[in-house]
Design a protein around this ligand. Structure first.
Ligand code: ZN
Length: 320
């Protein structure tokens, strides 16, 4: 088996109002809503998947929007920020674009030779945009509401907030095969064997941050990529052999998943690349209607009555 995970598969966070969530991630950030489905553990709640035009692994940010959800508290044992990659020359565009949309932006700051701006979504979720040389090699989605040249290319990295950064660092290195590549202040950067976007994770040592509480505006978990089911099984054995409690393989329709908590408390998932979001919709139709897994289809009428209707902002192209 591969000794190193190839990178981030997706990041899942909690939101409150579903329409406000769609308006921000499609209308302001220019991501594509690639799937409208339900939370498989709570089918009265939406699960939205945003990504590039196909929702390729490494580009996916997902939300459970619970209308009226209370805000969470950012603290240790949580993902403190999710960063997106854009071409290095696009940060000026993003600063002006976010400001024009009424989003408060801080930075740019320099972090490990890259420029970073920071802001929050309408629920207070901490986001960053990084000018990433690798992003310039990837074409942007040309059916979205923003100019393709400046479009978000994928997830750059996540920052884990940890009371004991050494414990988490040991799991990243010895169990998951990440390599430490840089350190500055309380931040240590780890890299996977993969290349391109989604190949970095930062561990922030924050002994005084206090405990985290889940809720709107916080990340629920990060998922790492497994190329196929065999690789996922091998990772499952390896994680268990390192003394971590790992779930059975769960069918998430668009991928299969296992979950475990790293010692600092952050929930990790390992998700398979296949089958992906074109399983039940054509590429042109991705995200345009509510999709349910076969086991919830018999309850479709009930589920559709419970979910508030949403309207997806239009892209500028024919395939938006
Ligand atoms: Zn997940």
């Amino acid at each position: 088996m591969a000794e190193t995970l190839t990178g981030i598969h997706h990041v899942t966070a909690i939101a409150s109002d579903p329409q406000r969530n769609v308006d921000f991630y499609v209308g302001v950030l220019g991501l594509r809503l690639v799937k409208q489905t339900v939370n498989f553990d709570d089918p009265g709640t939406y699960h939205f998947y945003y990504g590039d035009e196909l929702g390729r692994p490494g580009t996916i940010l997902t939300f459970f929007p619970w209308p009226g959800a209370r805000r969470g508290r950012q603290g240790a044992g949580q993902i403190g920020a999710t960063a997106f990659s854009v071409p290095a020359g696009s940060l000026g565009f993003w600063t002006a674009h976010l400001s024009a949309a009424g989003v408060a932006v801080s930075g740019p700051d320099v972090r490990f030779d890259e420029d970073v701006i920071a802001f929050a979504d309408p629920d207070g979720l901490r986001l960053e945009i990084v000018g990433d040389e690798a992003a310039g090699m990837i074409p942007g989605w040309d059916g979205g509401p923003l100019p393709a040249e400046h479009a978000i290319r994928g997830v750059h990295s996540v920052s884990l907030w940890e009371a004991d950064a050494a414990l988490t660092g040991a799991i990243l290195r010895h169990t998951l095969g990440f390599a430490p590549v840089a350190e500055a202040g309380n931040r240590t950067r780890y890299h996977t064997a993969g290349s391109g976007v989604g190949t970095r994770v930062d561990v922030l040592h924050v002994p005084d941050a206090g405990p985290a509480a889940g809720g709107a505006g916080t990340v629920h978990h990060v998922a790492w990529r497994a190329a196929d089911d065999a690789q996922q099984r091998a990772w499952r054995e390896r994680v268990a052999a390192h003394g971590l409690r790992v779930t059975d393989v769960l069918d998430r329709q668009y991928f299969r998943s296992i979950y475990f908590r790293e010692p600092g408390g952050v929930l990790f998932e390992i998700a398979t690349d296949p089958p992906g979001f074109t399983l039940d919709e054509t590429p042109d139709a991705l995200g345009t209607s509510l999709k349910l897994p076969p086991w919830y289809e018999p309850q479709r009428a009930t589920i559709e009555r419970v979910l508030p209707p949403i309207r997806v902002p239009a892209g500028k192209g024919a395939h938006g």
